[in-house]
Write a protein that binds this ligand. Sequence first.
Ligand SMILES: *Cc1c(COP(=O)(O)O)cnc(C)c1O
Length: 451
Amino acid sequence: MYTTERLRELDKLYVWHPFTRMREWLEGEPLIIERAQGVYLIDTEGRRYIDGVSSLWVTVHGHRKRELDRAIREQLKKVAHSTLLGLSNVPSILLAERLVRIAPKGLTKVFYSDNGSTAVEIALKLAFYYWQKRGRPEKKRFLSFSGAYHGDTIGSMSVGEIDLFVERYRPLLFPSYRAPYPYCYRCPVGRTYPECSLKCVERLEAVLKRAHRRISACIIEPVVQGAGGMVVAPQGFLREVRRLTKKYNVLLIADEVATGFGRTGRMFACQWEDVSPDILCLAKGITGGYLPLAVTLTTEPIFRAHLGTRKNPDAFYHGHTYTGNPLACSVALANLEVFEKERVLDRIQPVVELFSSILEGFRELRHVGDVRYRGLMAGIELVEDRQTKKPYRADLRMGWRVCMNARKRGVVVRPLGDTIVVMPPLSIKKRELKRLLSAIYESIREVTEGA
Ligand SMILES: *Cc1c(COP(=O)(O)O)cnc(C)c1O
């Protein structure tokens, strides 16, 4: 057996961690997870931590969920992988049928890939080619929102707008249009909700009016913008986006990689406003947090645009090696079965209520500027000065320090800048949720007030 010390040494020698300042990592004492159970992560020393961010937003029914473990074991007795290029396999068929059944209406075709960024790349390529085939070749640009995050590949970065992540790669990216996302705490159009009557929508309409002839699709993270800081859009915004994209003949891509699978309290965030997008991207929670899998769902017209004619048959020239992987699809199916069998979306309602009522109490902390949440997704934004909403100096790394402090209290969370993200598995029990939130509360207090 390797000791924790030896594992740390080897990690530092060989593993390059994503979104991680490796210079600091090499000086620190990395936490190494060995096992997990329910909402708990367990390290190589046997210490237990509540998984406060669902292992980066993926774990749904908790770790080592019996039904999910079993689905993988059963599928292993049949086949681990077989390709979808020119062949089919059983779990990918059954999962596609099931996804279409629960997705917003009109989405009838399922294209598989294996992560959120590729689900978005696929959406962009589908939208672009759709207009090429419809005789509108000039519709080749995209419209996205301020603070958007759609992944780390070149195309998905091009429609993203978190400067820290994308600025240095800007010369590689294609240009796209931007509209303001309703980040109400720091309103991009200087208004206050609800008196504003969604004034920001006018800015979106102005862009569409000016450029719709060149725009193939608008891409949005519906209801909650994740990596941009857990920004919760006010009721009605998404519906306006759908109305305007229809009015200006622009496709709507809903990136529900983060919000899908119950995170916001509905199966899909679009369902909060009865919106059907033309393209829907799903990943993260799709396998309950077990295996990498993603899907891009789309409509009949977009599918048909890729058929060509009998004389000139066409294809969608895209596909990843592990597309439709049977193990991943079978655990995704089991994930959806648990949702149904345990009536998860009904069952979590009291937990969601407790979550919001405890979170409201965070507003009494002197350096909590904003608390925003929907379902079991929340962001707590720390500020130096609450009156002026002045942020902390970035080099103070307050968000990061709060999360490190929480770790001492048996909680794993990860900040987005100075916004503390809380996104526990849907299976979290009230008692565990109270523990999680009180640890975070105490950490914020200790770090920001030195108390
Ligand atoms: C995480 C995320 C992605 C990227 O998914 P990966 O699997 O990390 O490539 C895309 N869009 C949104 C909204 C996300 O939260």
